[in-house]
Structures are given as C-alpha cells and as structure tokens.
Design a protein around this ligand. Structure first.
Ligand code: GDP
Ligand code: MG
Length: 163
C-alpha cells in the first residue's frame, strides 16, 4: 500500500493548491484503495521514486461556543487518522496565527509523523520570515510554493523517506 499523506491547516493556506500540485490533477479520484473512503478529496501522485496517496481537507469548522475556528473538523480528524504522515501547512506570507497554534497543539498530541510546511514562500529569503514557525514545536520548517511548484520534490522526499 502506498503511504497516505494528509494535508492539514487553516483555511486559505494553500492546501488544495498543494493537493493539485501533488496529484497534478483537479479531480484525481482514488476509489479502489481498501480502507479509504471514496471521496473527491483523495488523490494519488508521484514525485521521483515516491508514490503516495494524498488527502485534502476542508480545514476547520468554527467553534459554535467561542465563534473562533479551532474545532477540528470531523473530516480532518478522519484524514489524520488514515494518514501515515501529516503535512501541516502554514502561510509563510501571513505568518503565525492563533489557529495555527491550536492545530499544532492538536497534532503534537497525536504522536503521528508531522511535517511543517510554509507555503507561499516563493521569492522569500529563508531565515527571518520563517523563523517564527519554529515556535510551533514541530521541528524544521519546509518552505514551498504550491502555486509555483517550488520545494515540492524535497518536501515529499523528507516526508516519505523514513516510511
Ligand atoms: P486552502 O483553503 O488551504 O485549500 O487554500 P487554497 O489552495 O484554496 O488557496 C488559497 C489561496 O492561496 C488561493 O488564492 C491560492 O491561489 C493561493 N495560493 C496557494 N498556494 C500559493 C502559493 O504557493 N503562493 C501564493 N502566493 N499563493 C498561493
Ligand atoms: Mg481547500
């Protein structure tokens, strides 16, 4: 079975753009993998020698009580449960948000392989702008540009190599 990658992060960080980049398709449907729900959010792809299944997620639903977006959506929880590795996407341009911290807290408790990805990093110098993401306590930050296809190969190699 191919490794399963789940894309997790707050709305608008570029999860679906990365999904399309990783699957090179707008509607790559994976219907025939045992144990995985039939869903348009599943796709398959390959980078170099690495083949994988990837799950896009809608992100987080607003918490009814507080009105802020910190409740893990059921769909996202399911995707994370099915995944061998979670790519936690943050927005390199927008910087850290409270919601990123909430998601990081959730992911750290899971004890699942989790890779921190700073998207929209095209044309950015590494260092200053990305250093704040180390606060999330998820280790190394991987800058990519899903829109421009930068950093994708090395991200996948890093994410899947130990599996
Ligand atoms: P999602 O809500 O996390 O699925 O985010 P989307 O994939 O829908 O992207 C949200 C917005 O960010 C869209 O306007 C995208 O075009 C934009 N976006 C996605 N990836 C990149 C990127 O690498 N660089 C830049 N500058 N914008 C991006
Ligand atoms: Mg999306």
């Amino acid at each position: 079975m191919k490794p399963v990658i789940a894309l997790v992060g707050r709305p608008n960080v570029g999860k679906s753009t990365l999904f399309n980049r990783l699957t090179k398709s707008r509607d790559a449907i994976v219907a025939d993998f045992a144990g995985l729900t039939r869903d348009r959010h599943y796709g398959q792809g390959r980078q170099g020698k690495y083949e994988y299944i990837v799950i896009d997620t809608g992100g987080f639903e607003p918490d009814a009580a507080s009105g802020i977006y910190h409740e893990m959506a059921k769909q996202t929880q399911q995707a994370v449960a099915e995944a061998d590795v979670v790519l936690f996407i943050v927005d390199a341009r927008a910087g850290l948000s409270a919601q990123d911290h909430d998601i990081a807290n959730y992911l750290r408790r899971l004890g699942k392989r989790c890779v921190l990805v700073a998207n929209k990093a095209e044309g950015m110098r590494e260092g200053a702008q990305l250093s704040e993401f180390y606060e999330l306590g998820l280790g190394e930050v991987h800058p990519v540009s899903a829109a421009h296809g930068q950093g994708i190969r090395s991200l996948i190699e890093f994410a899947l190599e130990p599996l």
